[in-house]
Design a binder for this molecule. Structure first.
Ligand SMILES: Cc1cc2nc3c(=O)[nH]c(=O)nc-3n(C[C@H](O)[C@H](O)[C@H](O)COP(=O)(O)OP(=O)(O)OC[C@H]3O[C@@H](n4cnc5c(N)ncnc54)[C@H](O)[C@@H]3O)c2cc1C
Length: 474
């Protein structure tokens, strides 16, 4: 029997108390509106458990009553995984579980509850002379449980890996309400399937993460940051290889942005001045870390050698924290400034890094053929092959007409190229509700069967984030 909205709210209130439930739709905006404003569905209620036991109580209740639950962290996800799909689901916000339970500097681990905001995890690690190197523009709002569940990437993947690689163990409530106690700080543990790796990246479809043991690293003494002027993605690839040979794993970030991106920044961003050495077709933002006792100037020496070999046109090195902040703001505000140029069509894709130049060349040419006047803005994590392949509407076009005529044909064209180059249609943002049909089309059918079997084994009633990532039917 389906519970009425009033019964849902009354029963949740009995479990959590009045402060643990939001039943008034007027107070749900922060939980149901997502950053890209693409999904507009209501929720039956928002629950705010304050302990692991309360999360267990909600899940047991939902399992008994076949109520769909949507785990939510900071609500910064970009594929609609954390907001309702049907309208009868209950959101489970983990925001009250925000304690750092322990930091072990010798082991290099931090055990944090799922609701900790990433920036607070950064501060806690730094207070102990360590870093937690997951770094992305949403770090002031995104929370540990959401970051792990979407296997977030960001700008340091090159040196430290994505959320999955930064997680040693998780604690999670399963669909029947039992607690999986998988907080683990062992580097070696060959005792069966890696259940942590199932829960990380599962987008809340297999369990609700309540805490995680995360990897910490010694805090670098300093960073060297430079903004390089280059002719294009081919030159960026050669420069990347040159730097990796000389700098190795201390090369933290290698991001690329085309000139149009800088122009948009200068038109709409809050940069007080141009961070670059002047007009150039493309820019690469490069950062290297220097550990305690390491000699300064590694990036400068490597860049000078590259310049002598004709691999780049010009370079500006950050000489102060303000310079570094300005250079990073230029990269981090790309999506924001692009939104001020009207409608845009976005693709979060990855290809083997050697294929990035081909992806950008073919994708831009195809888009211009299909939609004359469209403005390609491919930017992002060149160092790990993840390009945010965005397209701004032609200048002066009607945003609605542009989206109606171009959205689908561009997706088809870009995904065809990505798949032909051996890439992925979702590099770091996940599947959610945005790409659920696409996943069905492009994922290996055997892999899809395995995913469905795992879901069925762990959540037979389908109460955890129903309809996200995997949808029933052919
Ligand atoms: C400005 C901006 C920049 C961004 N930059 C990047 C970037 O560089 N790289 C990147 O990878 N992403 C980026 N993102 C996307 C987003 O920040 C990440 O996906 C982030 O990991 C989501 O964290 P969250 O706490 O907001 O999770 P939410 O959005 O609340 O949830 C995301 C997913 O995790 C699930 N979930 C949340 N908490 C739990 C839990 N405790 N247990 C189980 N499941 C849970 C949700 O159901 C949903 O499926 C960006 C977003 C914005 C707005």
């Amino acid at each position: 029997m389906t519970l009425s909205p009033a019964d849902t709210i009354a029963q949740l209130t009995a479990l959590l108390g009045a402060n643990g439930v939001i039943g008034d739709p007027d107070r749900m905006g922060a939980y149901i509106n997502e950053p890209r404003k693409r999904f507009h569905q209501k929720a039956a209620a928002v629950s705010l458990p304050a302990s692991v036991e309360q999360v267990q109580a909600i899940v047991r209740w939902a399992n008994e009553n076949s109520v769909g639950l949507i785990p939510q962290g900071g609500n910064t996800g970009l594929v609609g995984a954390q907001v309702p799909l049907r309208g009868d689901e209950v959101i489970v916000s983990l925001q009250k579980l925000d304690r750092i339970r322990a930091i072990d500097t010798a082991a290099g681990t931090m055990t944090s509850e799922a609701g900790t905001i990433l920036e607070n995890a950064h501060k806690a690690a730094e207070a102990e002379g360590m870093i937690f190197p997951l770094w992305l523009a949403s770090q002031g709002s995104a929370r540990i449980g959401g970051l792990l569940s979407s296997n977030a990437g960001g700008v340091n993947v090159l040196a430290y890996g994505n959320a999955r690689e930064l997680t040693m163990g998780v604690e999670a409530v399963l669909a029947d309400g039992r607690l999986y106690r998988g907080l683990n700080s062992l580097k070696k543990d060959n005792t069966g399937y890696d259940l942590k790796d199932l829960l990380v990246g599962a987008e809340g479809t297999l369990g609700i993460i309540t805490a995680a043991t995360l990897k910490l690293f010694p805090k670098p003494e300093d960073y060297e940051t430079a903004l390089i002027s280059i002719t294009g993605p081919e030159a960026a690839l050669t420069l990347f290889q040159h730097l990796r040979e000389r700098i190795g794993s201390r090369l933290n970030a290698f991001e690329i942005v085309p000139r149009i991106g800088l122009d948009m920044q200068l038109r709409h961003g809050d940069l007080d001045r141009d961070p670059s050495a002047g007009p150039s077709p493309w820019y690469a933002l490069i950062e290297v870390s220097r550990m305690k006792g390491g000699a300064p100037g590694a990036l400068q020496t490597a860049i000078e050698a590259a310049f002598a070999e004709g691999l780049l046109d010009n370079a500006v090195f950050a000489e102060s924290l303000e310079d570094r902040t300005r250079m990073w703001a230029f990269r981090e505000q790309m999506s924001e400034v692009q939104s001020k140029e009207g409608a845009s069509i976005k693709h979060d894709v990855s290809v083997p890094i050697a294929a990035v130049p081909q992806l950008i060349a073919e994708g831009s040419a195809a888009a211009l053929r299909l939609v004359p006047g469209i403005r390609p803005v491919p930017f992002g994590h060149m160092g790990d092959g993840n390009i945010h392949f965005n397209f701004s509407q032609p200048v002066g076009a009607d945003p609605k007409a542009f989206m109606a005529s171009a959205d689908e044909i561009l997706h088809e064209a870009i995904y065809e190229i990505v798949l032909r180059l051996g890439g992925s249609v979702s590099a770091e943002h996940g599947i959610g509700q945005l790409k659920v049909d696409l996943l069905k089309q492009v994922k290996d059918p055997v892999a899809l069967d395995m995913m469905r079997a795992i879901k069925m084994a762990l959540d037979p009633k389908g109460i955890l984030n129903p309809g996200k990532m995997l949808r029933a039917g052919p």
